[in-house]
Design a protein around this ligand. Structure first.
Ligand SMILES: Cc1cc2nc3c(=O)[nH]c(=O)nc-3n(C[C@H](O)[C@H](O)[C@H](O)COP(=O)(O)OP(=O)(O)OC[C@H]3O[C@@H](n4cnc5c(N)ncnc54)[C@H](O)[C@@H]3O)c2cc1C
Length: 377
């Protein structure tokens, strides 16, 4: 029976999706991360949960030479204003559009009206629009793996986009690749828990005495590279940096993220998507752009073909140029020393954590008010 205390469970939910008796339930721990919990009454001890677990397989795998990427490029979605709703160069949306145009379906993470992040299926461009943009919290894959399988069996082409562990989880559930399946994972800094996001929103709602009706984890109106979130309380937009500061502090990431075996040069997906940070210091400096440039790394011929056929301007480059300013392309985020203390203090309330770790200090607030007033005059 799966014992998640013996390895770093990523919460990919491949075990949950695979269990033949539905004995597994994904349940949040104290920090708010979902882990599989097995009902001993329904469990038939078949061991499938252990066999499909990609984290266990990675733990037991011997290091071996794996193929190098087949294409590394800087990329931008073509078209005036086309990248405005994307986090960087719009690579995901370019792949999504091509998949939909071929009669396929797209899976990715969306933020619902109730501010919950979960994987969803898109069959139209309007639905795929909802999947655009990075959500810096662990997405709930729910029943997506089974839905992907149904689509593939039904002869549909599928694009699945998620974190590296989710792509590994999908392949584990499917027990391998399928002709009609194209996967894209993200260069991944790690994921905070849904609890952190929910507590942050509740704290903001208390401060503003209104419900959050819309959110962007990375304010799309900010210059590319500026990390700040945008929240809407009805028609009032508020820009803040507390959640972004907590995210980049590394203190609230899932424990498994610090030892992630998936986000490496030999990734599990057909294509890895990321931001081309530092492009101005590479031979592609003329391609740099204030709206953002994607870094795309194809690991398979299928991935390379999809990139070449998409509606993107591509500039091939060297892997080292992308990796130079993007450490998570080759290694997981390091576990910070104060993580335990952070979660101890968290239990005393979000307001204290926002002050101590999220930069919500009187000095910073004053600075922001002065900046705002100067901008107005
Ligand atoms: C948690 C997280 C950490 C990241 N860390 C880095 C990093 O360290 N370096 C870097 O270069 N890039 C990182 N990225 C990726 C980056 O923010 C952009 O998403 C990426 O460059 C793709 O941009 P785009 O314009 O092609 O696509 P976009 O239109 O922005 O689409 C992004 C795609 O990612 C999916 N997605 C969004 N949020 C999640 C989520 N929580 N879980 C699963 N899938 C999701 C969406 O469904 C969509 O398919 C991270 C993204 C996430 C979600």
């Amino acid at each position: 029976m799966l014992n998640t205390e013996s390895f770093a469970c990523t919460g990919c939910a491949a075990c949950f999706a695979s269990c033949p008796t539905k004995a597994i339930c994904m349940t949040a721990d104290g920090e708010g991360f979902a882990y599989p919990v097995i009902d001993p009454v329904t469990c038939i001890q078949c061991g499938l949960c252990e066999r499909v677990c990609p984290a266990l397989a990675a733990k037991n795998k011997k290091e071996k030479d794996e193929p190098r990427p087949v294409l590394v490029a800087a990329a931008k979605l073509r078209g005036e204003g086309a990248r405005e709703k994307s986090q960087s160069g719009g690579a995901f949306f370019a792949l999504a559009r091509a998949t939909l145009a071929a009669g396929g379906v797209v899976y990715g993470a969306r933020l619902d009206a109730d501010m919950r992040v979960h994987h969803a299926r898109a069959e139209t461009e309007a639905e795929a629009e909802m999947l655009r943009g990075s959500k810096y919290v662990q997405s709930d894959v729910g029943e997506s793996y089974a839905a992907v399988k149904r689509d593939l069996v039904g002869g549909r082409r599928v694009l699945f986009c998620g974190t590296p562990c989710q792509v590994a989880g999908l392949y584990a559930y499917l027990r391998g690749d399928h002709d009609g399946l194209l996967t894209a994972d993200l260069i991944c800094h790690g994921v905070p828990s849904p609890r952190l996001w929910a507590d942050y929103l509740a704290w903001q709602e208390k401060r503003h005495k209104r419900k959050v009706t819309r959110a962007e984890f990375r304010d799309l109106s900010a210059p590319w590279g500026v990390s700040r979130e945008a929240l809407w309380f009805g028609d009032k937009k508020v820009i803040d940096t507390v959640f972004a500061t907590l995210y980049y502090s590394r203190l609230a990431l899932r424990p498994a993220c610090y030892t992630c075996p998936f986000g490496k040069e030999q990734a599990v997906s057909d294509i890895t998507l990321g931001d081309f940070w530092g492009i101005e210091d590479t031979p592609l400096s003329d391609f740099a752009d204030s709206r953002g440039v994607s870094a795309v790394v194809a690991h398979t011929e299928k991935g390379k073909e999809a990139l070449l056929a998409s509606d993107m301007e591509l500039r091939p480059t060297a892997f080292v140029d992308v990796a130079a300013k993007n450490p998570n392309l080759t290694a997981p985020t390091a576990r910070p020393a104060g993580r335990e203390k952070f979660w101890e203090e968290y239990e005393r309330g979000f307001a204290g954590v926002a002050r101590r770790y999220g930069g919500f200090t009187p000095k910073n607030r004053l600075k922001r008010i002065i900046k705002r007033l100067l901008r107005r005059n």
